[in-house]
Design a protein around this ligand. Structure first.
Ligand code: ATP
Ligand code: MG
Length: 579
């Protein structure tokens, strides 16, 4: 068993990193501001940070919790190289597919490498040489390691860095049933990790993006500053990423299809709003057609949506129609070259393939472009006027519509993605030639799962969720110290200093991580900086208190302080820490 002493006493006077009084002007969100002000991180370059001692203490706590829960759920720790041979990435196809986020370099011999943004290639290639038999599966390997992604917009400090720490795990299975069990074990491990960290999160169904595969969940921490939109039911536990949430097919077709098609003049009307105002129709009775660029040599594609709806780009991408990613609206000459008129593309006689969203397809007697400048059509009907159409769910859901699980209405919330788990299928085992012998002696290609958790992002996200006017309010499991002992005006008062030292020592011996605020700062400055740091418990040793045989105690999240008898202070605090 581990006999390492856990407690420690750290003197603020020996911790030479100042907290900042001013809010740094380049930090947009509160966690970034507080991480700089509390001396957790310092910027080295855009999206690249140094973790200072105070930040490292927090980061280490997160890593310890992640590591122990991963171990408890049967994963084995490894450490893969940051430097990845380009050749492996060519084998998987991601040298090209990953795009400019991949940081590439060339060694002195002219060989290509990249800095790993994720490690499917390396783990699969390594295990190709280690796994031979179905009897070695299932297995799951993880690492906690620095990743590199040349993000388009690094921002919010370590929330979206170009260099960041991720826990990434990869599992290997011989059957779908075994894959499902392994996936569930990781789902459970993630819940355990976020519960142990003391943060508020939800698991949501998600799209598996460009990584391939089928089943996927994101772990999202709800916060106003979150970059992701989470769609939840107001009555059930349905929760999904906006990109994933299914738009239910409309119950009743709108219009009865009795109108006849007419071409009407709409001078100067190029937007849905213009057309609706001019013709006095609501946007939900109109169709807009987006002409989207194809990728590489693929032709352009037209997408029809109801006027009030927006395109769900990932739903479209899943159809594999060869549309460029991210989507690009055709404009100017590209549009004119196809004979299409901006603001008035018509669904009929299109020179490019058309896909129609379900809700758009359910309309009859609708308004749409007429394929001519300053003209629109009214009373249009798909079957009569356009013919056979390809229909898919292609739009983003809207707030207030029925939840796809049949229970309640949809509400939108904002979240920060802190974890993402996927079933990958055989994409990487196929591409990199990983096979094992099955029970019947025939080779099988293992199914894979991959599981990412943003270790550095969790720290920032936890601050987004836990702060007040004065600063950070750490959930106890992540706090850099358990308790701060604030020594007020120690100059020339030996007995007072000794009292604070003795209290700090006895707490440290009992296993607490203690910060002793023993600097020469004024009382006000000490209180401000310890509040900013967010340490959950504070004990104040002052002349007035000590003369009365007391210590002042305050929890970081409480309004009021309490007076405790000096002799009982250590015991009382330990009891608080245990609850
Ligand atoms: P995002 O949509 O935020 O870019 P992602 O889908 O690219 O995330 P994954 O590839 O699933 O992320 O990576 C796993 C985890 O790594 C994410 O859930 C997130 O917590 C973290 N992460 C991803 N990109 C960054 C980044 N640039 N900075 C910090 N953490 C990140
Ligand atoms: Mg990303």
């Amino acid at each position: 068993m581990d006999s390492t002493p856990r407690g420690s006493l750290t003197r603020a006077s020996r911790f030479p990193i100042a907290v900042l009084k001013e809010t740094p002007s380049d930090a947009e969100i509160v966690s970034h501001q507080l991480m700089l002000r509390a001396g957790l991180i310092r910027r080295a370059a855009s999206g690249v940070y140094t973790w200072l001692p105070m930040g490292m203490r927090v980061l280490n706590k997160v890593q310890e919790i992640v590591r122990s829960s991963m171990n408890r759920h049967g994963a084995m720790e490894v450490l893969m190289p940051v430097l990845n041979p380009g050749e492996l990435w060519r084998h998987s196809g991601r040298w090209d597919d990953y795009g400019p986020d991949l940081m590439r370099l060339t060694d002195r011999h002219g060989r290509e490498f990249c800095l790993g943004p994720t490690h499917e290639e390396i783990i699969t290639d390594t295990l190709r040489q280690e796994l031979h038999s179905h009897a070695q599966l299932p297995c799951n390997f993880y690492q906690i390691q620095t990743k590199f992604r040349d993000e388009v917009r690094p921002r919010f400090g370590v929330m979206r860095g170009r260099e960041f720490i991720m826990k990434d795990a990869y599992s290997f299975h011989t059957s779908q049933e075994c894959m499902d069990e392994g996936y569930q074990a990781m789902h459970d491990a993630y819940c355990e990790i976020f519960d142990r960290l003391g943060i508020d999160y939800i698991a949501v169904r998600a799209d598996s993006g460009n990584i391939g595969g089928s089943l996927s969940h994101e772990f999202q921490m709800l916060a106003e500053s979150g970059e992701d939109v989470i769609v939840c039911s107001d009555t059930s536990d349905y929760a999904a990423n906006l990109e994933f949430a299914e738009a239910l097919p409309p119950e009743l077709p709108a219009g009865d299809g009795s109108e006849s098609l007419e071409r009407v003049a709409t001078p100067g009307c190029t937007t849905i709003d213009d057309v609706c105002t001019h013709l006095n129709v609501p946007p939900e009775r109109t169709i807009k057609i987006l002409a989207l660029a194809g990728s590489d040599d693929a032709p352009a594609v037209a997408v029809a949506l109801r006027g009030d709806h927006s395109l769900a780009e990932l739903k479209l991408a899943r159809l594999n129609l060869g549309v460029a990613q991210p989507v690009q609206l055709l404009e100017g000459e590209a549009l004119a070259g196809l004979g299409l008129v901006p603001g008035s593309i018509a669904p009929f006689d299109l020179p490019i393939p058309l896909v129609v969203d379900r809700d758009a397809a359910a309309l009859s007697d609708f308004v749409c472009g007429a394929g001519a400048p300053d003209m629109h059509c009214t009373g249009v009907n798909w079957a009569r006027d356009v013919g056979e159409i390809q229909v898919h769910d292609l739009r983003n859901v809207c707030e207030g519509e029925p939840s796809p699980d049949g229970s309640g209405k949809l509400v939108f919330r904002r979240g920060i993605e802190v974890g993402h788990i996927f079933q990958l299928g055989t994409k990487y085992s196929d591409a990199l030639g990983l096979r094992v012998l099955g029970a019947d002696g025939k080779p099988i290609t293992p199914l894979m799962g991959c599981y990412g958790l943003g270790v550095t992002r969790v720290v920032a996200a936890a601050i987004e969720q836990n702060h007040d006017e004065q600063g950070i309010v750490w959930p106890q499991p992540m706090a850099p110290f358990h308790v701060v002992v604030v020594l007020l005006n120690p100059a020339g008062r030996r007995a007072l200093t000794e009292c604070a030292e003795a209290l700090g020592q006895s707490l440290a011996e009992a296993g607490c991580e203690v910060l002793l605020e023993d600097t020469e700062e004024r009382a006000g400055a000490k209180f401000a900086s310890t509040e900013l740091l967010g340490i959950p418990h504070r004990l104040v040793v002052s002349e007035r208190n000590v003369e009365a045989g007391e210590i002042e105690y305050r929890s970081r999240s409480a309004e009021q302080s309490e007076q405790w008898p000096i002799q009982e202070a250590a015991q009382r605090l330990l009891r608080r820490l245990r609850t």
